[in-house]
Design a binder for this molecule. Sequence first.
Ligand SMILES: Nc1ncnc2c1ncn2[C@@H]1O[C@H](COP(=O)(O)OP(=O)(O)OP(=O)(O)O)[C@@H](O)[C@H]1O
Ligand SMILES: CC(C)(CO)[C@@H](O)C(=O)NCCC(=O)O
Length: 313
Amino acid sequence: MTIDNYSPYLAFSRETWSELRDTVHQPLSEAELKRLQGINDKVSLAEVRDIYLPLSRLLNLYVKAKQRRNRVLDQFLGKEPRHVPYVISIAGSVAVGKSTTARILQALLERWPQHPKVTLVTTDGFLYPNAVLEERGLMGKKGFPQSYDIRRLVQFVSDIKSGKPSVTAPVYSHLVYDIVPGQKAVVEQPDIVIIEGLNVLQSGMDYPHEPHRVFVSDFVDFSIFVDADERLLKTWYVERFLKLRSGAFADPESYFHHYAQLSEEEAVATASRIWHEINYKNLKQNILPTKDRAELILTKGREHGIDQVWLKK
Ligand SMILES: Nc1ncnc2c1ncn2[C@@H]1O[C@H](COP(=O)(O)OP(=O)(O)OP(=O)(O)O)[C@@H](O)[C@H]1O
Ligand SMILES: CC(C)(CO)[C@@H](O)C(=O)NCCC(=O)O
């Protein structure tokens, strides 16, 4: 671990961070390992043990401290104890692995008796429907600040944090490439909510077209940024596109059904073009500038292995 007096972060190499796994006394059972493997067969179990397990322990301690603080406040105010979810946000580029990280953390965090119910949500559901994006000339800007109904997203997180018994969000389908009419994601007072999306660390300054003074981060207890070199990100984006081409794109319901016919070479060229024209631009302009707002930064190297961990002091 390196302590640089001028940096707000403690920096850990992979080795020093992984030594912290000894702070978790309960090893992963066979059934848990199976479940984790089911999340994504590419996730290495050594990675889960060395990186995500110690992280889940740190989060467990933070959640317990916050639960205690809430009890003290309720006692002071003479109120009945309320059930307020602890909110963790995960930001980072398209294809960096936000949703996979969220699912691994969900599986690990649910092992503790203080927070057995962990719900995942994504900000994708707050993208405007394609009909609205088309009308506003924003189909080539999906994922950019203008493409989200930011007020509705902030209201959603605020409702969760205010302890409402049931809070709903619209649902986005990557297959249909649009909001699914009539479908809802429901959050019913879990112990922890993990909210994942490109934009969870953005503030009012990132939305000059829609100024707002209250941000998602105002309702977040702990924020994570998943980072990787841009060349790796492009590779992961293209790889996922190729995988979808041989799988999901074959579904006639898929927005990209016509891509199923592409040769491998054409598919790589198409994915590279979408990466450069949309997702890479968004990364540079709107996502990377929010990185140092995060409480924790995970830096990935080849094969999604975490090389470094940066934790705010
Ligand atoms: N820890 C990991 N180990 C191995 N592969 C991973 C890991 N995390 C993600 N991947 C792979 O990287 C790709 C992107 O992952 P994921 O879909 O989780 O990204 P994302 O950041 O949520 O993307 P988007 O913003 O587009 O929804 C997928 O192909 C996934 O299988
Ligand atoms: C839905 C988002 C914005 C974020 O998950 C992203 O996956 C996306 O669709 N970006 C637009 C360009 C593309 O199709 O990759």
